[in-house]
Design a protein around this ligand. Structure first.
Ligand SMILES: NC(=O)c1ccc[n+]([C@@H]2O[C@H](COP(=O)([O-])OP(=O)(O)OC[C@H]3O[C@@H](n4cnc5c(N)ncnc54)[C@H](O)[C@@H]3O)[C@@H](O)[C@H]2O)c1
Length: 242
């Protein structure tokens, strides 16, 4: 797909990985809908990019997701790229957390992705589109994880991505995912500040948002990329989850 002249909606775009992806797509010539709950950082980023608009959007709220999609149409007349990036694993964690919190974490990390694809599909399929879902290394493998609801939701994002491979033929919309390990963002910095020296020493090299953005760009540009999940671990080449 040609990114120059396209329109991209990036959720959680005001900081961290989302900001890195929004900036990279803008450098490549895309107009950006910066969708985020943080109005201050979101409007600041939109003002810095050559062609962008801020959409106040909590991804757990369907009407706000719909409004962000609508803004792409009214402001730029089209939508070609959707990056489902917003997500996270705020405390409390299972089993201490009440079940309502588990449900909210799954809504935040998984339902929002499924819903955003559904809402954006009519616009994305108009010219052929690309979706990139930011999952996590937490969603694959068999290791224990300190945030079980988050790990389960991210595993759901990975399986959702492969499940909807049929959209490529039926709607001309390619859906792919990235599973990063640690990335240097505000939330991961907070998590690492709470770790002991011994725990920090066991971490792999920390990825940058720009490295994740580069893989997202490849998945968007490469027309043969359908239902792929790319795993990224600091210090290693990204690899395809078979
Ligand atoms: N940072 C990492 O180490 C890491 C590793 C693997 C996967 N991920 C995933 O990458 C994505 C981005 O992570 P990050 O570290 O950049 O996050 P972050 O917390 O640093 O930034 C997230 C952005 O999302 C926004 N946001 C928060 N709640 C929102 C909501 N309900 N609706 C819309 N926007 C909302 C925030 O305002 C912020 O701008 C997440 O899905 C996360 O699970 C991160």
């Amino acid at each position: 797909m040609e990114v120059g002249g396209s329109v991209a909606l990036v959720t959680g775009a005001a900081s961290g990985i989302g900001e890195g992806i929004a900036q990279r797509l803008a450098i490549e010539g895309a107009s950006i809908v910066v969708a985020d709950i943080d109005e201050t950082l979101g409007t600041q980023l939109a003002a810095r990019l050559p062609s962008a608009v801020f959409a106040g959007c909590d991804v757990t709220d369907d009407s706000q997701l719909q409004a962000a999609v609508n803004l792409a149409r009214t402001r730029f007349g089209r939508l070609d790229i959707l990056v489902n990036n917003a997500g996270g694993a705020p405390d409390p964690q299972y089993p201490e957390a009440p079940l309502e919190h588990w449900s909210w974490v799954v809504d935040f990390n998984l339902r929002s992705v499924i819903r955003a694809v559904q809402l954006a599909l009519p616009l994305l399929s108009a010219r052929g589109g690309a979706v990139v879902n930011i999952a996590s290394i937490a969603g694959i493998g068999q290791e224990p994880h300190s945030a079980p609801a988050y790990a389960v939701a991210k595993a759901g994002v990975v399986r959702f991505t492969s499940s909807v491979a049929f959209l490529a033929e039926r709607n001309r919309v390619r859906v792919n995912a990235i599973c990063p390990d640690w990335v240097d963002t505000p939330s991961s910095r907070r998590n690492r500040e709470a770790m002991t020296k011994a725990e920090l020493a066991r971490l792999p090299p920390i990825l940058s948002p720009g490295e994740v953005a580069a893989v997202a760009l490849t998945l968007i540009q490469d027309e043969s990329a359908v239902a792929r999940t790319i795993v990224m671990r600091g210090g290693k080449q990204p690899w395809n989850l078979a």
